[in-house]
Design a protein. Sequence first.
Length: 151
Amino acid sequence: MSSQQPLRALSREHITRAEIIGQLQAHGLKPTEQRIRIAELLMSVPTHMTAEQILAAVRRGGERVSKATVYNTLKVLAQRGLVRQIHLDPERSVYDSTRTPHHHFHDLETGELRDIDPNDIAFSRFPTLPEGMEAEVEVVIRLRKKRGGGA
Ligand SMILES: [Zn+2]
């Protein structure tokens, strides 16, 4: 069904509410209002958001929603492969609407994540994988301002 997406996926175009409902259903999820709302926030344009940012955005829309509901919904969306969960540290996950494997710059000062095209990183050496295993590599390159460079 979902064939290999081209790298253009990194700048995928806006998707509609109807398409989001279709995607939820295609991944075996009942399209409840809250799931649609959260999926819309994340998936309508390529983005990276933390659970806190999503919670704040839902509440800004005037909806009364608990933190637990948002967190559980995000967990389900990630488990079903609708969004990617990126673990930056044990306390903080970022949800990424770009589903194809890719890498990130992580700005340590702003917390911002920026996509890196998978073709822009290559490995000249790679360990032999344990028998029967396959690897999925996602690189996070942490960025901080150069010291002594002035502002
Ligand atoms: Zn990304």
